[in-house]
Write a protein that binds this ligand. Structure first.
Ligand SMILES: C[S@@+](CC[C@H](N)C(=O)[O-])C[C@H]1O[C@@H](n2cnc3c(N)ncnc32)[C@H](O)[C@@H]1O
Length: 359
């Protein structure tokens, strides 16, 4: 298989020589190749205890079990095993995006890699996309967005807290080894800054929000999003989820919101003991997406038939049900997804019970 692949004609190279075109030099963690000065390296000992170091001229990694000189790593292949002064061995690897995310210094809580992965896929973040993001927090998601849009795209991040923006800038620039050409960071509120970004015509393909009150940003997101653009919000609680979904519906120019959450259950792999790990992150957040309709076009609403046998007016207005339906209530039965039970269904259930029918 390998031979057949190498038999294929090679793509014409930049200078006419066969072989792939050289890649632009990369810095920071977003690259491969032997370790160089300034690189972050993750050292794992035989018990998989992790230490992250930054390679410096003459630098040393000290533990109570000896010293490892940074010189032993500079120029070495990513993934080497090195031995310190006391014979302790370490596997040395350049951290991956997920390693960096979980280990990076943070102020605000970050979006975990499992959720970033969902955001990139279902937010449809494509190479060349123009993404508007808020809030930035510690810059965790920003890094994932920047990688996905690539040098042809752009990520404009808005963060209301100056101190958080500073932390995010440090984290993002550490990851990319300096300023990222596709990134712009503004300090302020999304609602105030977003509409001013593209006053002539909408110029944002995707809006990604990770903040306390994304429902407050729906109108400004609608202004800047191109027709057909994607709105995505990441929230921690069902109340935030519900308010955001209702704000999108009330706006009128968003398709029906879609919400979900993801679970990742790691597995323990040891000999015959192959089973789920005992612990997992049971809850991180909920995701919600909706498409912006063509500007000036109301979204087509799903038509739903009223459930047969919807609750009786008498029951809805019962004082015990205050807030859950009825004319005095804040919400209608439909709002809480209540479909009611048709009298015919109840009759059938009773008949089945009385006849002791199996199901
Ligand atoms: C949970 S953090 C974001 C974490 C970030 N996604 C990450 O992965 O590191 C939420 C951030 O939103 C910011 N924020 C809240 N409301 C905002 C708004 N209306 N405009 C801009 N930033 C806002 C907060 O200051 C906070 O830093």
């Amino acid at each position: 298989m390998l031979e057949r692949m190498t038999d294929q004609p090679q793509p014409a190279a930049h200078d006419g020589a066969p072989g792939p075109a050289p890649r632009a030099p990369r810095r920071g963690l977003d690259r491969t190749g032997p370790f160089a000065l300034g690189d972050k390296v993750q050292l794992a000992d035989a018990k998989n205890r992790l230490h992250t170091i930054t390679l410096r001229p003459g630098g040393e990694f000290h533990s109570h079990r000896g010293v490892l000189r940074h010189d032993q790593l500079i120029g070495a292949e990513d993934g080497v095993v090195v031995e310190n002064s006391h014979g302790i061995v370490y596997q040395a690897l350049r951290p991956l995006y997920a390693d960096y995310m979980l280990a990076m210094p943070r102020g605000a809580a970050i979006i975990y890699p499992k959720d970033s992965a969902q955001i990139l896929m279902w937010g449809d973040i494509f190479p060349g996309a123009r993404v508007l993001e808020a809030g930035v927090g510690s810059g965790g998601l920003t890094t994932a967005l920047l990688r996905a849009v690539g040098p042809e795209g752009s990520v404009h991040s808005i963060e209301r807290r100056e101190d958080f923006a500073e932390v995010a800038r440090e984290n993002v620039e550490t990851f990319f080894g300096g300023e990222h050409p596709a990134w712009e960071l503004s300090v302020g509120d999304f609602q105030d800054l977003a509409p001013a970004l593209s006053p002539e015509e909408p110029a944002v393909d995707r809006v990604v929000l990770d903040m306390l009150a994304p429902w407050e940003c729906v109108d400004s997101a609608a202004e800047v999003l191109v027709s057909g653009g994607v709105f995505l919000a990441y929230v921690a609680t069902v109340t935030q989820l519900s308010r955001t979904a209702e704000a999108l519906r009330a706006h009128g120019e968003f398709t029906e919101p879609f919400a979900w959450e993801s679970f990742v259950r790691p597995w323990h792999l040891e000999g015959l003991a192959v089973r789920p790990e005992h612990r997992m992150n049971a809850h991180t957040g909920f995701l919600l997406t909706a498409r912006r309709t063509a500007h000036g076009t109301q979204a087509l609403r799903r038509t739903t038939r009223p459930a047969p046998g919807s609750r009786l007016e008498e029951e809805l207005s019962h004082p015990d049900n205050e807030g859950f339906g009825g004319s005095e209530g804040e919400w209608s039965t439909q709002d809480v997804g209540e479909r009611g039970v048709a009298p015919r269904k109840l009759k059938r259930a009773l008949r089945d019970i009385r006849q002791g029918r199996d199901r």
